[in-house]
Write a protein that binds this ligand. Structure first.
Ligand SMILES: [Fe+2]
Ligand SMILES: [Fe+2]
Length: 125
């Protein structure tokens, strides 16, 4: 579970903040989900994250953000994990996805505070 906290998460770029709120909601929704509900919610998290990252990648490109390659690479790595796990979940094997989800709150807190926060600061300049 990720507890939303304005002070910790708000970056001051509305489209990023809105996406991050939804990301947190979707991760939290998976917490108590079981069976088909879990599989559906995991698929939705994957679809949402695809858009989330694609939008940030576009913002980086349009604004000629210096750390684009690094930030894009991190998005790609996480998305590849989610794609692979979604395949297992869809095949009725959610154990690895559940274990992975336990690490997502820390990943997100770190990503938001570093790469996303640097991008937001750059966009606001
Ligand atoms: Fe983000
Ligand atoms: Fe990001």
């Amino acid at each position: 579970m990720i507890e939303w906290n304005d002070e910790q998460f708000l970056l001051g770029v509305e489209e990023m903040d809105e996406t991050h709120r939804e990301f947190v909601e979707r991760v939290n929704r998976l917490d108590g989900a079981k069976g088909e509900a879990f599989a559906a919610a995991f698929g939705e998290l994957l679809a949402h994250t695809r858009e989330h990252f694609a939008n940030e990648d576009r913002l980086m490109e349009e604004s000629r953000f210096a750390a684009t390659t690094e930030h894009r690479g991190e998005h790609r790595r996480v998305l590849a994990d989610l794609e692979r796990l979604n395949g297992r979940v869809a095949a009725g094997r959610p154990a690895m996805a559940r274990a992975y989800l336990a690490e997502v709150p820390n990943w997100f807190r770190h990503h938001a505070a570093t790469m996303d926060s640097a991008l937001a600061a750059h966009l606001k300049r």
